[in-house]
Design a binder for this molecule. Sequence first.
Ligand SMILES: [Cu+2]
Length: 93
Amino acid sequence: MCNACSCGTADATNSVTTTGTRTAAEATVFSVTGMTCGHCVSSVTSEVSRIDGVSAVDVDLASGSVTVTSDRPVGRDAVQAAVEEAGYQLADA
Ligand SMILES: [Cu+2]
C-alpha cells in the first residue's frame, strides 16, 4: 500500500468542463475597404450573411468596420472570400 504519496489519487482540480457556453454568440470585427454607399453595405452584408454560422452582420459605412456575429468561430478566410465575392477587400488586420 502506498500512503506516502498521491499515486492513484484522482486529481479533483484536473477536471475539464466541456459543457456550457456553446450557444454564446461571438462578434468579430473586420475592416473592409472600398465601400462607398448603402448599396456597398448591403452587398457585403448579404454575402457575409451567407457564411455558415453567421447570425448577424453589421456594417458601419463610415469606418468600414464589419461586425460579424456568429454562433461559432468564423474564419477570416471565409469572411475575406465573402467580402471579395461582393467586390470589396478585407483590410489588413
Ligand atoms: Cu456602393
